[in-house]
Every structure is written in C-alpha cells, then in structure tokens.
Design a protein around this ligand. Sequence first.
Ligand SMILES: *Cc1c(COP(=O)(O)O)cnc(C)c1O
Length: 371
Amino acid sequence: MDSPCSAELHAAARPQPATGYSFSAASGPLPAEVRAAVAEACMPPNGGRSILSLPFTSDAYRRLQDETEACLRRLLDIPDEFRVLFLQGGATLQFAMLPLNLLGGARLAAYVDTGHWSRRAIEEAGRYADPDIVARAVGHIPHEHDWQLDPRAAYCHITTNETADGLQFDRLPAIPVPLVADMSSDLLTRPLDFTRLALGYAATQKTIGVPGLTVLILRADLLGRAHPATPRAMNYTAQAEAASRVNTPPVFPVLVAHRMLHWIERQGGVAAMAAAVERRSAAVYAVLDDSGGFYRNTIARAHRSRVNPCFHLADQGLTERFLDAAQRAGLHDLRGHPRTGGIRVSLYNGVEDEAVAALAGFMREFARTQG
Ligand SMILES: *Cc1c(COP(=O)(O)O)cnc(C)c1O
C-alpha cells in the first residue's frame, strides 16, 4: 500500500521538466543517470544483493568505499599525504569536531567571518575553543594580507562558499597556519590547491549526493591531536585508523556518492563541473546586471558565488509575486535564506543548463512586465 508521501516521491522522481526545475540550496538534484544507477543498486536485477541491506563488514562494501575514495582522489588530485574520511552528522557536526580534533591542548583558533555558515561554525567552536575572528566580509572578502592572523592559532577556518549569502572565495588564501575549509556547497565545483589546504570537509547532499555522509580530506600530520574526551566515532585519528569504520558507516549515501563521482568523471571531471557552474552563474548574473537595477546584487564581482547567486528585487514588495510566478512557471525553491531574504539560485553539479535557461528567460520576462 502507498504511504502518504509516496505520491510526492513519485512526482519528484518523474523526469524533468514535467514537474519543473528545482534550484534548492538545501539539496542538489541528482542527474537522471545517477538516479537510475541508485535505483538499480536498491533493486538489483537477477535478485542480487540490495545496497539497502549490504553489511558494512562485507568485501562488497569495502570495495565500494575504496572505489569511492579512489574516484574522489582522481577527481581532486588529492596528494598521498592526505587522508579521506567518510563521516556522519553533516557539516554542522564538524563545527564541533574541528576544535575537538585539532586544538591539541591549545585554545586559540582563527575564523574568517564571511556570513551565515561561518558564524554557525564560530558559535559552535566557542564551546571548545577561543575563536578569534581575523577578518570579516562585507560584500567582499578581505585579502589575507589584511587578516589579523595570530600565527599561534591551531588552525584558520574559512567557508569557501557562503551558501546563504552568495559570497565565495575566488581562490584559497595562502596563510601561515593550517587552513581548514567548509566546502559543503562548492566541493567538486572547481579544482583544489592542496599546497594551501590542510583540511577540507563537505556534507554531500549539495554537490555529491544525498544527506547522511560528510567527506573530510585532511593532511595526515593533523592526526593525533584530539582532545581525550572526543567521542571515538568523532575522532579523526580513530576513524583514519579504522578506514572510517569505527562504527557502521552510512552505506547508502556512500553508494550515491560513488555513482555521482563516477558520473562527474564521465562528464570530464572537476574541470567540466567548473566550466558548467561558471557558465550557469554567468547566465544568472547577466540577467541581474542587464536589469537596469530591477534585480540587485551587492557582492563584489570577484566574490560573487558561482554556486548560489543571491539577489533582491529593488522593489522588495515584488518578491512574493516573483516567487509565485516562478513556481507557476515550474521554477521551484528560489526563496532566499530566511536570514537574508530575497531570491537564491543554487547551481549544484546536478542542475542542468536547460533549467538555467528557463530561469533566465523567466527573470527577463518578469523584469520586463513588472519593471
Ligand atoms: C548546508 C551547509 C552546512 C550545513 O550542513 P549540514 O549537513 O546540514 O550540517 C554547512 N556549511 C555550509 C557552507 C553549507 O552550505
């Protein structure tokens, strides 16, 4: 018998554009090819073993996790001295796990405040550390030469893409303390410079799959510093030693990441994802810039997010009308973050060019008729 929400699930699974396009910031769409591969892994033909009940102790799961890591390493060209961990608890749990694992008895940790998600990281770190805010972004990110960075800080945390604010680092900063980066909304949308990065982490629901998995890439010399009270499942060193299997890993989200990473590789890898997000965001920003002030974005050009362009309507009274009309045109999930308001367009790896073209056309038409 159908559960109450199964009809909705069927609707969501129907091929686009029958139901329109989603630009949700919370979860990225999975390409049809990936959805089909995941469905097949759930219900294998010929009565094979479903991923939904695959024991994490089996050789098949170990192979799956190894291949997932190997593919991620190929895509990002991760150097050998970096470990890859598959964790749970989302990016938010990392806000606490970072100080627990990296302070090594010290208290001082540097944070760059670029917006909503860096503030959430700072707030949580304050329970374990003395977070020192070394720079703040107001419409643009100050150059690292202007940060008030104490070289004794155990690490310096940045949010490479501020998902709620539409603000993004255009490159990783070069700094004299280990650089730790929340990349939950832009991992695998551009290449990574591992000469600058000490630790990067991302919850996978935006650019790599479904909720339930957090990928963490860290330089091995950062291991061995955890606070003794750190829970074992949250201890980077224990997880590294146990191949991320201190306890049951998130088997199904790892499967989805496996299929998505291989899809990215078939598309041409990170270079192809970077070109796509560049092309798609340029199409959205062109509408804003050509709108004669009807749509407003106040972020410095270099730091405009390629992944989550955010904007306001100059006449904020039109915001609800915009959202209603967009919805009727099959363009969904465009409401800005509650903290910032306005409109937000999320262009994660699974979003298609057709979706962006439809949105850009809608936005031009809305500005023409309402402006
Ligand atoms: C979505 C997001 C988070 C929160 O991720 P959870 O998995 O919900 O904890 C943290 N940081 C950034 C940059 C995000 O985009």
